[in-house]
Design a protein around this ligand. Structure first.
Ligand SMILES: C[S@@+](CC[C@H](N)C(=O)[O-])C[C@H]1O[C@@H](n2cnc3c(N)ncnc32)[C@H](O)[C@@H]1O
Length: 210
């Protein structure tokens, strides 16, 4: 079965879990991956690799001593990836992004330089969403980035609750034009690749109390 057929068949079975009928376009893949500093990227975690549209390109750009941990809840996709992307730097995990920390530790990896995420947050159980976002914050290096693509901006307030800096972009050349969110842990660093955050963070009650 081709990757497209496998993806579409799984969308019919799990529409909410996939969120898209076909894999991401090369425009979206390139736009998001251009945010990565490939000299610095030693450990990358990918949430929701699907049939490997991003994963293949991540491996093509990744340095020889780098590692990718690709986590997908879908068994068909995890098996397909293990079979088709044979690369010692890739660790495919069948499981939830919520377990990213354990998945890294199991492989002797402390933290990630980047987490790249294509999982659909707007249709997700809120408790699971919060758990994934908090875990992501904790697994990132202090200067690490969380790079997210979605089809709506619904996730933005939740990202802002966890990450002090969120920079947004838009990629129209995708079936379902995509919203991109580049989130940083450290409040004192530029948003990503030299670009600054364009919108202020929503102020919390604690901020207002000073
Ligand atoms: C929109 S697809 C993205 C696939 C691929 N990255 C692409 O861009 O074409 C979303 C993927 O996230 C996976 N997924 C959904 N919830 C997940 C979770 N909690 N943890 C890990 N993967 C998840 C789905 O199985 C699916 O493969």
């Amino acid at each position: 079965m081709t990757s497209l057929a496998l993806f579409s068949r799984n969308f019919i079975k799990h529409p909410r879990m996939l969120g898209s009928l076909i894999p991401s376009s090369r425009f979206l893949v390139n736009r998001l991956l251009d945010q990565v500093d490939w000299g610095k990227a030693g450990t990358i975690v990918e949430y929701g690799p699907g049939v490997g549209t991003f994963t293949g390109e991540i491996l093509r750009r990744l340095r020889p001593d780098g590692t990718v941990v690709a986590i997908d809840t879908n068994r068909d996709f995890a098996r397909y990836l293990s079979r088709t992307l044979r690369d010692d730097r890739l660790h495919v995990v069948e499981g939830s992004a919520a377990e990213a920390q354990d998945n890294l530790q199991d492989r002797g990896l402390a933290r990630a330089d980047y987490v790249i995420s294509g999982i659909p947050y707007s249709t997700m159980d809120p408790v699971l969403r919060e758990r994934i976002l908090r875990t992501t914050h904790d697994v990132l290096q202090p200067d690490g980035s969380f790079l997210v693509y979605q089809f709506t901006r619904a996730v933005l307030p939740y990202l802002r609750q966890v990450f002090p800096h969120v920079h947004q972009e838009f990629e129209p050349r995708n079936i379902m034009p995509a919203r991109l969110f580049y989130c940083r842990r450290s409040p004192d660093r530029k948003a990503t690749n030299g670009r600054r955050e364009t919108r202020p963070r929503v102020r919390t009650a604690a901020d207002r109390q000073g």
